[in-house]
Design a protein around this ligand. Structure first.
Ligand code: GLU
Length: 451
């Protein structure tokens, strides 16, 4: 067997599937990257010889642990926790923590793999990781969430650190959960360090971090439109999700003159043909963050809006779409429906919300399509800036951070165009993001030798 020879893409993917049985999300994420990287590597012998993609697609380590906690009725509950440390070639491991019943090792491995490329694209020194648990915070009391977070951190603390691995939020993990986990880390280690990002402003958090993912996804969208001498003024936007990413994306679309007509949660979506004003968006933020309610309640508050149980918003005619909920929420048929209705641009606020078929539909139609690893990188970018502020024990001002976010998103857009521009004039942002992210990590790995 010739191990270091050029394996072709199908053989490579067969190996990935064989080594990761049943891990469909992880295999999907690797496939999406591998297609472009194999093309890029064709005339680059060293990447092949040193098995770089094979190494990036094998996490440095997967830590799995038991998390026991007691609910308010005194029942003992048992959950599984994970931290997937995918790659630290260019900086400490970095990536969010997700608490959701759908969390599996496959989901976290795909997210950690994606995070490696995303973090490289930001230009900041951060490796890729992801963690989480199948714990469902929905319907739990604050004290139950606190006890769970404390128990989770009681194991996680030995695997993380400001220069080792810096987790943050993701689905089901926001300011409340980060506060509980930071409190427990500090209690166990007796150290006040930047071990987590997305912290409260009182204890080392950064301004603009909350807004960064959603705002960044819209800056990226505006950058794509600009290449066509277009902008968001008067554009109808369909957004999925109603969490931190979705609400801030909606806010920025509205600020830039667009009209947001949908938001959703796992139970259904609301359609507000009048568009969402800042007041309406603030109401949703309150609903989700304070009352922890469901998006269906929107229609009782704002007349003219309708609720669509069990459906996703992709059938609502729009100019631009921002999937900001979760992976594989936009499938091939949804993509075809969007194109049919005249959608000209899609910017992914979530991680891998469009499945492989959907991505092909967008690419074939040659619309502007930004993959999550580029479009939603603003969140982790400001996390990187939070790390810098923590290391220097300083706080930067909102307008400085705002400008840095704009600059970083411009930079990512530029990298995607550099590597994604095709001869026919179409920019393949997926290809651009994959190659630009890969190149940085790969070249660092080459410098280290076989490790
Ligand atoms: N969970 C976010 C992401 O998917 C943010 C990660 C971070 O700030 O470390 O990029």
């Amino acid at each position: 067997m010739v191990l270091n020879d050029h394996v072709d893409l199908p053989t490579f993917m067969q190996g990935v599937s064989k080594r990761n049985p049943g891990q469909t999300e992880f295999i999907q994420a690797v496939q999406e990257v591998a297609v472009d990287i194999f093309d890029f590597m064709e005339d680059k012998e060293r990447y092949h010889k040193e098995q770089i993609l094979r190494r990036i697609a094998e996490p440095d380590r997967v830590i799995s642990f038991r998390v026991c906690w007691e609910d308010d009725n005194g029942n003992v509950r048992v959950q599984r926790g994970w931290r997937v440390q995918n790659n630290n070639a260019i900086g400490p491991y970095k990536g969010g923590i997700r608490f959701h019943p759908s969390v599996t090792e496959s989901v976290l491995k795909f997210l950690a793999f994606e995070q490696t490329f995303k973090n490289a694209l930001t230009g900041l020194p951060m490796g890729g990781a992801k963690g989480g648990s199948n714990f469902n915070p929905k319907g739990k009391s604050d004290h139950e969430v606190m006890r769970f977070c404390q128990s989770f951190m009681t194991e996680l603390y030995r695997h993380v650190g400001a220069d080792v691995d810096v987790p943050a939020g993701d689905i089901g993990v926001g300011a409340r959960e980060i506060g509980y986990m930071f409190g427990q880390y500090k209690r166990i280690t007796n150290q006040f360090t930047g071990v987590l990002t997305g912290k409260g402003l009182e204890y080392g958090g950064s301004l603009i971090r909350t807004e960064a993912t959603g705002y960044g996804a819209v800056y990226f969208l505006a950058n794509m439109l600009k290449t066509k001498n277009d902008d968001l003024v008067g554009k109808v936007a369909v957004i999925s999700g109603s969490g931190n990413v979705a609400t801030h994306a909606a806010e920025k679309v509205a600020m830039l003159g667009g009209k947001v007509v949908t938001m959703s949660d796992s139970a259904g979506f609301i359609h507000d043909p009048d568009g969402m004003t800042q007041e309406k968006i603030d109401w949703i933020k309150q609903l989700k963050n304070v009352r922890r309610g469901r998006i269906s309640e929107y229609v009782n508050e704002f007349k003219g809006a309708t609720y669509h149980e069990g459906m996703r918003p992709w059938g609502v005619p729009c100019d631009v779409a921002l999937p900001c909920a979760t992976q594989n929420e936009l499938l091939g048929d949804d993509a075809r429906e969007l194109i049919k209705n005249g959608c000209i641009a899609v910017s992914e606020g979530a991680n891998m919300p469009t499945n492989l078929e959907g991505v092909h539909v967008f690419k074939d139609a040659k619309i502007l399509f930004a993959p999550g690893k580029a479009a939603n990188a603003g969140g982790v970018a400001v996390s990187g800036l939070e790390m810098s502020q923590n290391s220097g024990r300083i706080s930067w001002k909102a307008d400085q951070l705002q400008q840095l976010l704009v600059d970083i998103m411009d930079g990512i857009h530029g990298s995607c165009v550099e590597y994604g521009q095709t001869k026919g004039g179409y920019c393949d942002y997926v290809r651009g993001a994959n190659i630009a992210g890969f190149k940085k990590v790969a070249d660092a790995m080459l410098a280290f030798g076989v490790v």
